[in-house]
Design a protein around this ligand. Structure first.
Ligand code: NAD
Length: 431
């Protein structure tokens, strides 16, 4: 068993810490955010991720939480970088946290393997290794180990990963990093650092492309009379295509797809290659979020001023409190710009989104959000909305108009209740 320092106690860092501890490793989880660490020390988990609190609790004797940087960096045989790499205004990845961590590495103590789990542009590993060499840090070797977990199912994704990718220029280093995961017995791809970095971006960009593709098919379905859910099912039956990521909706969001797609576009652009396909993927996604406004206007008329619109689901997807790049943000912004009265509800993410959307009225429940509303937009398909008492909701609403942004509700039974229902990618709906 090995001693791992996990730098950054966010979604990736905490899941890595908990799962690696579960595999028997000793973990030091370090974050600069003292509040986060204080909560973790009291046994509280500052993010919402199903199963995470339980896994941390079950392994508490193998996880130490600290803000002590020098101690954390000195102690880990493996130093896992799980810091955030958010987008800059230009769409490039901001690597300042990575470089901060490099600056904090111990100059001359012990042997360490620095493992980057954060998503970083292709070429970052080479730059980091050059920097380490320039500083004379022979005691620190380097590997890339991109993370593919999805929020909401992160523990399972880590423990039963489709593949684990380790990139290192020294095969012995790659073997040692791969060895940490041995107990998981998952497919392992060992490669060079640049290819490992690219696998992460290429995977996310491909998935985003699939989503934008099916969303465009959905938009054409709406004007031609086909039904995208059936179309997707038929496409997915072809093994060359597969059924995953073919759910039409109101666009992807989250902390990964938007930033990684635009970072890959910038990586290509900065190297002199114009990645045309990704420009279209990004544009389609932006327009997709806004199409809801057109649907609302078709039913309510062009004037949305003063109309009360309920948004159900504010996180970027169900089972997470992450609101980064959530479709709800663009939608609420557009509706407010039209003068609508926007009422929002989310089972978990309201505290996170409140500051971003100060003009939105936040309701304590879905039922309250729907009271007096002239339309309801299902933005994020939390289970609780699928199980909602829609008959009661219809009574409470001023007008039974339902825009299902995720094709998650049962159109037939809602229309039987008297709703005007519009999903994405089909010509259903009646008043
Ligand atoms: N969230 C996901 O679903 C996911 C999935 C795969 C990969 N990734 C990638 O993993 C990385 C981390 O993402 P995240 O969502 O966990 O981010 P996050 O914002 O949730 O967490 C990052 C944490 O790092 C801490 N931090 C920043 N600089 C630090 C430093 N120098 N020392 C110690 N702590 C520091 C922050 O305080 C924060 O708590 C990103 O590169 C992201 O693209 C994320």
């Amino acid at each position: 068993m090995s001693r791992l320092t996990v730098v950054g106690a966010g979604y990736v860092g905490l899941v890595t810490a908990a799962c690696m501890a579960e595999l028997g490793h000793e973990i030091i989880a370090m974050d600069l955010d003292g509040q986060k660490i204080a909560l973790l020390r009291q046994g509280q988990v500052p993010i919402y991720e199903p199963g995470l609190a339980e896994l941390i609790a079950a392994n508490h004797d193998r996880i130490e939480f600290t803000t002590e940087q020098a101690y954390a960096y000195r102690t880990g045989e493996f130093i896992f970088l799980c810091v955030d790499t958010p987008p800059t205004p230009s769409g490039d990845a901001d690597l300042s946290r990575i470089w901060q961590a490099i600056d904090d590495l111990p100059p001359d103590e012990g042997e360490h393997i620095l493992v980057t789990k954060s998503t970083v542009p292709v070429g970052t590993g080479a730059l980091v290794q050059a920097e380490l060499a320039q500083r004379g840090y022979r005691h620190i070797s380097y590997a890339s180990n991109p993370e593919f977990l999805r929020e909401g199912t992160a523990i399972d994704d880590f423990m039963r990963a489709d593949r684990i990718v380790v990139g290192a220029d020294d095969p012995a280093v790659a073997e040692r990093v791969a060895g940490l995961y041995e107990k998981l017995d998952r497919p392992m791809l060992i490669t060079d650092v640049a290819s490992a970095e690219m696998i992460k971006y290429a995977s996310n960009a491909f998935l985003a492309t699939k989503i934008s593709f099916i969303n465009e098919i959905a938009n054409v379905c709406e004007v031609t009379g086909a039904d995208v859910t059936v179309v997707a099912r038929g496409m997915g039956m072809d093994r060359r295509i597969g059924p995953h990521f073919l759910q039409a909706g109101i666009g992807y969001g989250g902390s990964c797809f938007p930033k990684d797609v635009s970072a890959l576009k910038q990586i290509a652009g900065n190297s002199g290659y114009h990645f045309q396909l990704l420009s279209a993927v990004i544009e389609v996604n932006e327009l997709q979020k806004r199409r809801v406004i057109g649907k609302l206007k078709r039913h309510l008329g062009d004037e949305l001023r003063g109309r009360r619109i309920a948004l159900l689901g504010l996180s970027f997807k169900p089972n997470t409190d992450d609101i980064r790049e959530a479709s709800s943000i663009v939608l609420a912004g557009r509706l407010l710009a039209e003068g609508a009265v926007v009422v929002g509800y989310d089972p978990i993410a309201m505290d996170n989104i409140r500051a971003l959307l100060p003009k939105v009225i936040f309701a304590p429940s879905a039922a309250v959000a729907l009271e007096g509303a002239e339309a309801c937009v299902l933005v994020t398909e939390w289970r609780e909305f699928l199980d909602l008492d829609w008959a009661a909701a219809k009574q409470a609403m001023a007008r039974p108009l339902l825009i299902d942004g995720r094709n998650a509700l049962d159109a037939g039974s809602l229309m039987d209740l008297g709703f005007t229902y519009e999903g994405v990618g089909a010509r259903v709906g009646r008043t």
